[in-house]
Design a protein around this ligand. Structure first.
Ligand code: UD1
Length: 365
């Protein structure tokens, strides 16, 4: 490249925990080819929900931190939109990259699209077909204003086609697979805490979806089911869930052991050593599948339909009877799950960076 030619600039928007994990491999790959301006909206702000991931995964410090914080969806998204527009006007990126399905994703996509800046969506095409989920609204709208759509799976490509989105669609594999490939050895080498149960003797559970934790009656049922599981249940608490438990006056007991939010490496280690995982997180369902740990999903639907094959992942909603039956079935016969090459081979970030660089090169000519 000639020194006189400015390197194209990409502005990447992150804001919530799963986006930091995805940004780790992606930023590394992008920075080999383009100039990256990393913007943190501040959607997640507690040290253990945000900075801890930057430190552990060596993610470059954000160039801008918008400090938006939490609030109702409209207010949060609106504040992000306003602040992101100002940063985009000032930095004039050639492309904006957004990841996943959070309010930060939608705000980034909308701000860029209105300014006529092309949008690249990483994790495009995922659908739960549940229009009540805030994440479903975010991902649908984001896909429909994106120029480059990076799909992790063939199902995602098919979902886009069904919505008549055909151009700019690339199946590249999953950047979360890259993150697992980059960090699993390091995670497994970590010494387990002496205060936690040994590998193979516990379940891991996570809960944070609005539909599950904002309704006290549903939250009570879910916690009740976890309390009755036949092995200790490690439940690292998302701040939203901690807040809702406090408001509901619920103090989980029985098999449940509450933990603070975990780092990425600690999560990988506990996921890979668990007898089974009970979760309403999308990313954790996928990690369970990649690691071969049986999963019970505490939702009625999943975007990651491939994980349901052979009973490796079971949908139990918030029904205690179904949750306990799923646990019994797993204890009787542990389903085998291996993702194989379904999510790629840990090179998705590299593929995305290559396509982004080619796209930007094409626009200069
Ligand atoms: C968000 C995303 C979801 C993603 C999840 C990962 C949306 C709509 N949802 O859900 O897709 O799977 O992140 O965690 O964007 N809070 C703190 N400290 C923090 C962060 C949050 O106390 O560091 C509290 C806030 O006060 C808020 C609650 O947690 O009440 C929820 O945060 P929010 O960003 O609204 O959504 P999540 O449930 O984290």
């Amino acid at each position: 490249m000639k020194a006189s030619r400015r390197r194209p600039a990409v502005l990447t928007v992150v804001g919530a925990r799963p986006q930091f994990i995805k940004a780790a491999p992606l930023s590394r790959a992008l920075r080999r080819r383009v100039r990256e301006v990393l913007v943190h909206t501040g959607q997640h702000y507690d040290h253990e929900m945000s900075q801890a991931f930057f430190d552990e995964l060596g993610i470059p410090a954000p160039d801008r931190h918008l400090g938006v914080g939490s609030g109702p969806h409209g207010m949060m998204t609106g504040r992000m939109l306003e602040a992101l527009e100002a940063v985009m006007l000032e930095t004039r990126p050639d492309l904006v990259v957004v990841l996943g399905d959070t309010n930060s994703t939608l705000a980034g996509a909308l701000a860029a699209a209105k300014l006529g800046i092309p949008v690249a969506h990483v994790e495009a095409g995922l659908r739960s077909f549940d229009p009540r989920m805030p994440e479903e609204i975010n991902r649908r709208l984001t896909d429909h204003v994106s120029r480059l759509l990076f799909c992790p799976t063939p199902t995602a490509v098919r979902n886009l086609r069904a919505e008549r989105i055909r151009t700019g669609v690339h199946r590249v594999g999953d950047v979360m697979m890259d993150a697992v490939a980059d960090n699993l050895d390091r995670a497994r080498r970590r010494r387990g805490s002496t205060t936690l149960p040994a590998e193979g003797t516990y379940y891991l559970a996570t809960l944070h979806r609005q539909e599950n934790v904002d309704d006290p009656e549903r939250l009570t049922r879910l916690v009740g089911a976890l309390e009755r599981l036949p092995h200790p249940v490690l439940l690292p608490l998302h701040p939203r869930t901690k807040d809702r438990l406090r408001r509901t006056g619920l103090r989980p007991r029985g098999a449940v052991r509450l933990l603070p939010p975990l780092t990425y490496l600690e999560t990988l280690r506990l996921e890979s050593g668990a007898r089974a995982i009970f979760t309403d997180s999308g990313g954790i369902q996928k990690e369970a599948f990649i690691l071969g740990t049986p999963c019970v999903t505490l939702r009625a639907t999943t975007e990651w339909v491939e994980t349901l094959r052979g009973g490796a992942n079971r949908l139990a909603g918030a029904s205690p009877a179904r949750i306990l039956a799923a646990a019994r079935a797993i204890e009787r016969r542990r389903p085998r799950s291996r993702a194989g090459g379904l999510y790629g081979r840990g090179r998705a970030a590299e593929a995305i960076a290559r396509i982004v660089a080619r796209f930007l090169e094409g626009r200069r000519r």
